[in-house]
Design a protein around this ligand. Structure first.
Ligand code: IVH
Length: 683
């Protein structure tokens, strides 16, 4: 008897633990606002794993430990959608959107009836359907032809922003889980993660993806779910299929419900009462497009009322109640005038296509990367070729493919040089990458200094490419630390450098001397140590001295740091030039916040808004209370009215008189996107 009661208690304990992990998973992945440190999270997770090992009979499908684990498949099965997944008619100009609005109004009949539109970003990924039975994910499938898709449940389970179990807590206001709920949405790969993934694939000599969408498609349809699990896939929910026991009267309500039960729903979604505002919002989102960390190719305009949607119905496969209002294409045809070689900060030689300048999405593109020799061969790009060029987000433009039918025979093949085109040193081939091994290569030095000063490293504003090049060419700096010893007199010698710009550079150098340990490590430019690894190292070592003295064993004992990265760190600190650089940085009084190893990330974050006062006006998509607590968490304050003491006014929609006052007082006005950036929330 006692055994039974004990078992019940363990079962309850495990259930509570899972609930906790689900919740912290949601805070971390969906909201991007963890409440506990990674170490605490890992502790909970390990405890659950241990208990499940001891009581295998208590393992459930929706346990957070069960995201990956299924065996590779031979092929995918098919899945018939209960309600077909429709596609959208798309339009690309204002007149066509007005026509759509007129059609809707005509169909609904009567001018008296109000029509409200919900506008959502059109995520450039792949449509998926997730089926939840009694709150637990049971089937995940692709759209397929709309009626039948592929059953890829085990792959979709590996995506952290797809809940294995949806929240049903009464405090989440969502009520009990429905017997059946179908959630529709888009799987995608964030642009930043896409760049990392491609760099990784490129370094291994594997085929890279042309754009984030192809990367998502290639990742989600892997027969081995472990491969899918290693890819940075993400998911935005945007619709509901069947929902047994629940009626929604509007799309807005459905989206709100999805958000409350734990899905990631785009913060860019808005409601408008007329088509003019919809068109205005299209413009606004188009401008923000490059700042987002995911690709969007337009907006989707949906009639909000479900009852009106039902009346409008669909023609063939597209609903009459929705339309895709696209942005200009990101692809263009042009010709390759030449192929040149660029040398980066790690010495890697990158072939670059010099193009006949072409407009892509409002930007003139005249160069595009060909990544490395293997990629160039695979695509078979030749000088004189007509090519398709793509520019996705802030990704470097790249040559996607060659239009071989346009070849005349006059095209010239390109060969990689066998010496560094900048310093003449020998090159070494490491897999697909050709690297200059010159120790005093000017191109590498320029690259290192640019990286050191860049936004995500030391963030020295005003120190652009042109300035760095001149500083190196005129031998005014021989490493990054020399930047801190520059004088105004010296800076003024540079071309097109006025007193004001020079002073700005000095000021921002001064400001950047006070940084975080993790930024400093990132700025050093150690091979294989990007932003993420830098922050791991900062968490595990007290200071530069401790990091410099770390042994191979110390380094590889940190989860996520493998042999290659460890070796690269050791190699970096063995070099004489590193010693010199670190000594100079010390002399320059570059100062970073030291911290006890093991402290949580938040500790380090605390000060970034210290002493800053914010005022909010108008509507933003983050609840006020939440926005306030974010500012306070980072050391700032929120005031209710604008004064000389205000540092930032965050202006949302329909901002009122506070905005005018801020303008008058010269207070900096920022929008929601900029605010999110400051508090490092994703847009
Ligand atoms: S709604 C009837 N909403 O666009 C509604 N689709 O051609 C049909 N997409 O296959 C879809 N973002 O892959 C909808 N916010 C959004 C979307 C979206 C991206 C994609 C989806 C779909 C295609 C429609």
């Amino acid at each position: 008897m006692r055994g039974g009661a004990e078992k019940e208690a363990v079962k309850q304990y495990i259930a509570d633990l899972r609930k906790k992990i689900h919740y912290h998973n949601y805070r971390y992945y969906v909201l991007n606002e963890p409440e506990i440190s990674d170490a605490e999270y890992d502790g909970l997770f390990k405890e659950l794993e241990e208990l499940e090992r001891r009581y295998p009979e208590l393992v459930t499908r929706d346990s957070p430990t069960q995201r990956v684990g299924a065996k590779p498949l031979e092929e995918f099965g098919t899945y018939e959608h209960r309600i077909p997944l429709l596609s959208l008619n798309s339009v690309s100009d204002e007149r066509e959107v007005r026509d759509f609005d007129e059609r809707v109004r005509r169909f609904i009949g009567g001018i008296e009836e109000e029509i409200e539109y919900v506008v959502e970003p059109k995520i450039d990924g792949l449509a998926m359907e997730l089926v939840y039975e009694n709150g637990v994910l049971s089937v995940g499938s692709t759209r397929g032809d709309g009626k039948t898709g592929e059953e890829i449940t085990q792959n979709l389970r590996t995506i952290k922003t797809i809940p294995l179990r949806i929240f049903s807590d009464v405090d989440a206001g969502a009520g009990a889980p429905l017997p059946l709920l179908e959630v529709r949405g888009e799987v995608f790969i964030p642009v930043s993660k896409f760049k990392e993934l491609n760099a990784e694939l490129g370094a291994k000599g594997e085929k890279m993806f042309a754009n984030p969408r192809n990367a998502a498609a290639g990742s989600v349809r892997q027969l081995d779910p472990r491969v899918t699990a290693s890819r940075p896939l993400d998911f935005f929910a945007y619709g509901v299929g069947r929902a047994e026991g629940k009626g929604f009267s509007t799309q807005w309500e459905a989206l709100d419900y999805l958000r409350r039960i734990g899905f990631k729903v785009s913060p860019l979604i808005r409601r408008f009462g007329n088509i003019k505002d919809v068109i205005g919002y299209h413009e606004e989102v188009k401008k923000k497009r490059d700042e987002l960390d995911y690709e969007i190719d337009g907006i989707v305009v949906k009639v909000n009322s479900i009852e009106q949607q039902d009346r409008l119905g669909a023609i063939s496969r597209s609903p009459r109640w929705a339309i895709a209002y696209k942005f200009p294409a990101r692809e263009a045809f042009t010709s390759v005038k030449n192929i040149v070689v660029q040398v980066g900060r790690t010495g890697a030689l990158t072939p670059v296509a010099v193009l006949e300048p072409v407009q892509i999405g409002g930007v003139t593109v005249s160069r595009a990367t060909l990544h490395n020799e293997d990629e160039l061969r695979k695509k078979d790009v030749r000088i004189g070729d007509t090519v398709v060029v793509e520019r996705a987000g802030d990704v470097i433009p790249e040559v996607v493919s060659v239009i071989k039918s346009k070849r005349t025979g006059a095209e010239k093949e390109f060969r990689m040089p066998d010496r560094c085109p900048v310093c003449g040193a020998e090159v070494l081939k490491e897999g697909p990458i050709v690297r200059c091994i010159g120790v005093s290569c000017i191109a590498q030095l320029k690259g290192r200094i640019k990286h050191f000063a860049s936004l995500r490293a030391m963030n020295v504003e005003g120190l652009g490419e042109k300035v760095v090049e001149q500083l190196v060419d005129r031998k005014m700096v021989s490493d990054a630390a020399d930047l801190f010893f520059l004088t105004k007199r010296e800076l003024l010698k540079l071309e097109r450098m006025g007193g004001k710009s020079a002073q700005n550079i000095l000021n921002s150098l001064e400001k950047s001397r006070h940084t975080t340990f993790s930024r400093l490590i990132h700025a050093l430019g150690i091979r294989h140590v990007g932003e993420h690894t830098a922050s791991l190292l900062a968490d595990n070592f007290r200071d530069v001295e401790a990091l410099r003295n770390a042994s191979y064993e110390d380094l590889v004992s940190i989860p996520e740091i493998g042999p290659e990265v460890a070796k690269s760190i050791l190699l970096f600190f063995e070099q004489g030039s590193t010693k010199e650089l670190l000594e100079k940085l010390e002399r320059a009084e570059v100062w970073y916040e030291r911290k006890e190893a093991g402290l949580v990330e938040e500790e380090k974050e605390k000060k970034v808004l210290e002493g800053k006062t914010f005022v909010f006006t108008g509507q933003i998509s983050i609840p006020r209370e939440e926005a306030k607590s974010m500012v306070e968490r980072l050391g700032g304050k929120v005031a209710s009215s604008v004064s000389e003491k205000t540092d930032y006014v965050v202006a949302g929609e329909e901002a009122g008189s506070k905005l005018e006052k801020a303008d008058k007082l010269g207070v900096k006005i920022i929008d929601e996107g900029e605010f999110r950036e400051m508090v490092t929330l994703p847009s």
